[in-house]
Design a protein around this ligand. Structure first.
Ligand SMILES: [Zn+2]
Length: 364
């Protein structure tokens, strides 16, 4: 893997944004009419939810891994759920990786206006949303994952875009497909930077909705984490277990989610095809190592972060702040990328920028 020194000119600017007001501010004017979608997307229903309000239910352990109960595009995608709390060790059925798909390309900001949120149905029970680059250069990705008892939304984009109607519309669609009336929505965040939590307030007080919060105490109490840098706790959506892995480094309250259902590892801003801004290097190194160690025996179909900043040319990124991404790299990374990152930062005596084909290590 050919590395070379990064000559990014925006370091100071980036550092100010990341350490100051959050990950970054949207460059453009957010649109107010959030809506969907791509051709592979199910229709987005009207923005409403139903049934009674629930409080914040807390799950600290995983339930036995029964099937999801719904037919997936993969015939056996629901057979590899694992059972016990924390460190569940299921060697996944290889076919869980066959159940999902990605679009050929995401809207890249070159044909504004775009839909504020593009929705892609990755699998029967997983949706990926991207906030348009036309509304701001960050273009973050959001994830909506359904279990039988609750659905988890990871991240809400940055403020100003109407994300809640899109999410509740997808929930209505999913429920209608099953003839069901309601499901609890849990809103969580990969970390607390502004481009990932901006829409949280839209969900506060909504029916059947729990907003977890994005600080360490809130996350810890919700899923039952005792030791932030050590625990890995399973959270059950109902036949679909997520491992919640604290991964400080980019930001102190950052988490990763490993999804036993679809074999997805959600890594937020800690690993994505772009500039990996690291605010606490030692913590970051430990976090990456912990993910590799934890998941070495799991089926990790894709590693999914929350931005794309790389072009489709190896080692070449878009300039910081670019709100048009022609020739954007695909979103998905692999477990091998995580290992590559682990090896690279572990070998770094002094934190330094290092360009890899599919990401750039970027200590602040
Ligand atoms: Zn971000």
């Amino acid at each position: 893997m050919g590395y070379r020194a990064c000559v990014c000119k925006e370091l100071m600017f980036s550092a100010v944004l990341l350490l100051g007001a959050g990950c970054a501010s949207p460059a453009g004017t957010p649109e107010a009419d959030g809506s969907s979608s791509t051709g592979t997307t199910p229709p987005v229903g009207t923005a409403s939810s139903n049934a009674a309000t629930t409080g914040g239910s807390t799950e600290t352990t995983a339930a036995p891994g029964a099937s999801s109960g719904t037919s997936s595009t993969s015939a056996s995608s629901d057979t590899s759920q694992s059972g016990t709390a924390s460190s569940t060790g299921t060697t996944g059925n290889a076919s869980i990786c066959d159940g999902g798909s990605f679009p050929d390309a995401w809207p890249d900001g070159t044909a504004c206006p775009e839909d504020t949120f593009t929705v892609h149905r990755y699998s029967e029970n997983t949706f990926i949303l991207r906030q348009s680059l036309c509304t701001g250069f960050e273009g973050p990705f959001l994830y909506l994952m359904f279990g039988q008892d609750r659905v988890l939304l990871e991240d809400t984009g940055y403020a100003g875009a109407q994300v809640a109607p899109v999410v509740y519309g997808l929930i209505d669609t999913w429920l209608a497909e099953r003839g069901r009336e309601s499901i609890e929505l849990v809103v969580a965040n990969s970390h607390g930077h502004g481009d990932h939590v901006g829409g949280n307030s839209q969900f506060v007080g909504m029916p059947n909705t729990t907003v977890v919060g994005f600080d360490v105490p809130s996350i810890s109490s919700f899923v039952g984490i005792q030791n932030w840098r050590e625990d890995i706790v399973a959270y059950d959506l109902g036949g679909r277990v997520l491992d919640v892995i604290p991964i400080p480094g980019h930001q102190s309250a950052h988490i990763a989610l490993y999804d036993h259902g679809d074999g997805l590892l959600l890594t937020g801003d800690t690993l994505y095809p772009g500039r990996l801004y690291i605010s606490s290097f030692d913590a970051y190194v430990a976090s990456i190592d912990r993910m590799v160690t934890r998941l070495a025996d799991e089926e990790v179909c894709h590693v999914l972060g929350t931005h794309i900043e790389m072009t489709d040319q190896p080692g070449v990124d878009f300039r910081f702040g670019a709100d048009q991404h022609p020739g954007e790299r695909e979103l998905q990374l692999s477990f091998e990328h995580l290992v590559e990152l682990r090896d690279a930062v572990a070998a770094m005596g002094t934190p330094q920028q290092e360009v890899h084909d599919d990401f750039i290590i970027f200590p602040l």
